[in-house]
Write a protein that binds this ligand. Structure first.
Ligand code: 5GP
Ligand code: MN
Length: 335
């Protein structure tokens, strides 16, 4: 955040305020980690802080400190709306366009006349926030929250609880420190978090070693469904609603499956298509290695966005049609 904005935010936070913190819809480890880190930090400064998530977060994040205090807009719309309307300040974390909170919550946010502060690492922020800390060079919003607190001159307030939340988003968004946005600074931040007492190995275990048997069986089906387009260095996976139901799909069960598509030698673009009959959409995740820009690809063809090497999108067409369309586009853009 630039020096002027930091001074303005410092002044805003100088006296206790009513503050609401929002992650994007379908929050992941970085969205939940960053919002809860900021929540604990603001509580320590005597603010009245609350996290309002657009919808439920997955079970594999339920161990995060105070996740039980998170309000869910789509479940508790009336109270969440009142809370937003009563707030002095709203932090938007890990998203940079209002529509990322989803169709149900977006109109409420749009109707608010409030000061928004955004902290985010996705490309092309739209202009809804008064104060903006937007930088695509960061691997996670959690790492940005660490630097934000440091810029406020309050790093000494980061305790084990806040550090645990920050570490969660750094680990999940960096693919356990393997994605290219992982820098020496990332590792220095993590070193500091470990010095603050986080149990890094136990956190990793909570995040990645708590699968159900069904989840692994679903992963097995997903891998068997994988299709290759070797001449286009592309792979993709599909999961139909029927398959999800068969393996008693729980929110979070498909997290990370898309990455397997890139583990095949010679593949630089992969996707997973997940049918969601409730919402009448196919949710798509894209991943790439090297210079193929899936943020642009998803923006151009699948109404989404994200980062150069990791993006999401959706389609309202049936699963098979969506996949056929994807194949056609890949052949066109990668010929
Ligand atoms: P995932 O594939 O894990 O859902 O998302 C990959 C990245 O793209 C994440 O940073 C996520 O926030 C972003 N993303 C996912 N879906 C969308 C979308 O529909 N629109 C935009 N702009 N970004 C998305
Ligand atoms: Mn993120």
């Amino acid at each position: 955040m630039n020096a002027l904005d930091i001074e303005a935010v410092k002044a805003l936070l100088a006296s206790p305020k009513k503050i609401t913190i929002i992650p994007h819809r379908n929050p992941d480890g970085d969205a939940m980690g960053s919002t809860l880190a900021l929540y604990h930090f603001l509580l320590k400064q005597q603010h009245d802080a609350v996290v309002v998530s657009p919808n439920e977060f997955p079970d594999f994040l339920a161990w995060l400190p105070s996740s039980g205090k998170v309000m869910v807009f789509e479940k508790n719309t009336e109270n969440c709306t009142r809370r937003l309307q009563e707030s002095d300040l709203i932090f938007a974390l890990d998203f940079n366009a209002l529509h990322r909170v989803g169709d149900i919550m977006e109109p409420t946010l749009k109707a608010l006349d409030k000061t928004f502060i955004m902290i985010d690492h996705h490309q092309f922020p739209d202009g809804f926030s008064k104060y903006t800390f937007s930088d695509t060079s960061y691997g996670s919003t959690c790492e940005m929250v660490y630097h934000f607190i440091q810029q406020l001159g309050l790093k000494s307030l980061i305790d084990k609880t806040i550090a645990t939340c920050i570490y969660t988003g750094i680990v999940t968004d960096s693919g356990s420190f393997r994605f290219p946005a992982t820098t020496s600074t990332t590792h220095r931040v993590v070193a500091d978090l470990i010095d603050l007492g986080i149990e890094n190995s136990a956190i990793h275990n909570q995040l990645f070693d708590t699968s159900s048997y069904n989840r692994l069986q679903l992963l097995g089906r997903a891998l068997q469904n994988m299709k290759l387009m070797p001449e286009y260095k592309t792979s993709y996976i599909t999961l139909s609603q029927e398959e999800l139901d068969h393996f008693n799909y729980q929110k979070g069960d498909t997290e990370g499956i898309v990455n397997y598509g890139l583990t095949i030698d010679g593949i630089d673009l992969t996707a997973i298509f997940i049918e969601n009959k409730d919402e009448g959409i196919v949710k798509i995740s894209f991943r790439s290695q090297g210079s193929f820009d899936v943020n642009q690809f998803s923006r151009n063809y699948f109404g989404g966005g994200g980062h150069v090497n990791a993006a999401g999108g959706k389609s309202v067409r049936p699963l098979q049609e969506t996949v056929a369309e994807f194949e056609r586009i890949v052949k066109e853009v990668k010929k």
